[in-house]
Write a protein that binds this ligand. Sequence first.
Ligand code: NAD
Length: 496
Amino acid sequence: MIKHLINGQRVDGGSRRADVFNPATGRVGNQVPLADRPTVEAAIAAAQAAFPAWRNTPPLKRARVMSRLKELLESNAERICQLITDEHGKVLADSLGELQRGIENVEYASYAPELLKGEHSRNVGPGIDAWSEHQALGVCVGITPFNFPAMVPLWMWPMAVACGNSFVLKPSERDPSSTLLIAELALEAGLPPGVLNVVHGDKEAVDTLLTDRRVQAVSFVGSTPIAEYIYSTGTAHGKRVQALGGAKNHAVVMPDADLDNTVSALMGAAFGSCGERCMAIPLVVAVGNATADALRERIVAEIAKMKVGPGTMAGCDMGPLVTKAHFDKVRGYVDQGVAEGATLVADGRTLKVAGHEEGYFLGPCLFDDVKPGMRIYQEEIFGPVLGIVRVESLEAAMQMIDAHEYGNGTCIFTRDGEAARHFTDHIQVGMVGVNVPLPVPVAYHSFGGWKRSLFGDLHAYGPDAVRFYTRRKQITQRWPSSGVRESAVFAFPSSK
Ligand code: NAD
């Protein structure tokens, strides 16, 4: 049985439980407790109690914990990735990729002393100095999705605690084990008990976090309906909230694109991690019928070469979907696409993986003739389903992308610098790639979509994380010279 981590102790809490499955076998691998209100309140209390001493710990000492954690994450990578693959299903190489991206966020958090430096101005008036400081907020909260159980929590709490806050993390109840192991490694790295707490749970736990007056800030990553709920409830309770939501990312392929490289890039972006990535590419917008025909032929050929199986098996490109419910949902979208009139060119619904008949495996699917009115165009499928949309011009492609409710990521494949520049300049999407299919910013830039892919102002990790996890204080200081007495001044002070 998986435990909560509160004040440095592994504890039970809450009478309800959820099964954690191994999606490659369909069997229950573990159970996770679903925290009730008192359990979550105990975690918040532990974070609140740990805050004053941690806030006053020199930033360099806080940063050293991050440096030690980076080493521990590297030396325990195999264990962590095994847990990710066992509970999420993604292939081991992909688990390692997500962990590495997470480690880069820990590395960035180890620069906190430099990042937290304020601004100072001397002699802003007679004998007066002024400066600004980034002060920690207090108890911060993270609520994270299933699809990156290691990386997305590492987008949040390392920067939050490096900035001097304490933290309560509520990971996805579908694959919590790697998240928990990483938190335990943080204790081993020297994070004092109570600075980082982990509570497992569902809506009851989340609602407690969103409404407790001791919580100052909430970072959320997950689906758009829940992101919107988190944003409106958290802000209504006076908290600072950043809530990253779902996506439907388009890749535009121009007639002049290098098709070999484009197709290689699209295969990984569409089917890597079984399409369960918020930066996945589920839609290819082909400019011109000749481009669409050529892409279709090449993608079908590449799909035929793909190997689907358990994520632990060497040589597999794609593992299973995360749960039976999600498998049914994604498969339902494929049925829906056929009913809506799109052309199913590659059908993964019949795939069977020998020895893993109960696993949640769906083979790669390709639709052609996808149109904006269709549900398979509009809605986030979050599975191995790629659709080709045919348009006549770059402008038509851009209008279509701009009209979509999501604006997380997009990319263009072309050899034409002018087209690429026009696209990156005008497209209404937060993260844009040029001949790069998954333009996920590196740890020292921030991550965030536009439109209904992000509620709030500041993006995740990178420089925005310093702003999100601190509040500015502006201090103006004067020490009157001894013996100098000034009379009262009633006019507004100025530098005239
Ligand atoms: P989800 O919204 O179902 O769950 C996310 C978190 O919210 C989990 O911790 C879950 O326990 C909690 N939650 C679920 N229902 C809740 C409710 N009714 N009330 C309160 N809390 C609730 O998302 P998921 O299925 O775990 O993850 C996939 C989604 O996350 C996709 O939509 C994907 O696009 C999105 N995602 C977005 C980004 C991004 O950066 N924009 C990154 C990764 C994933």
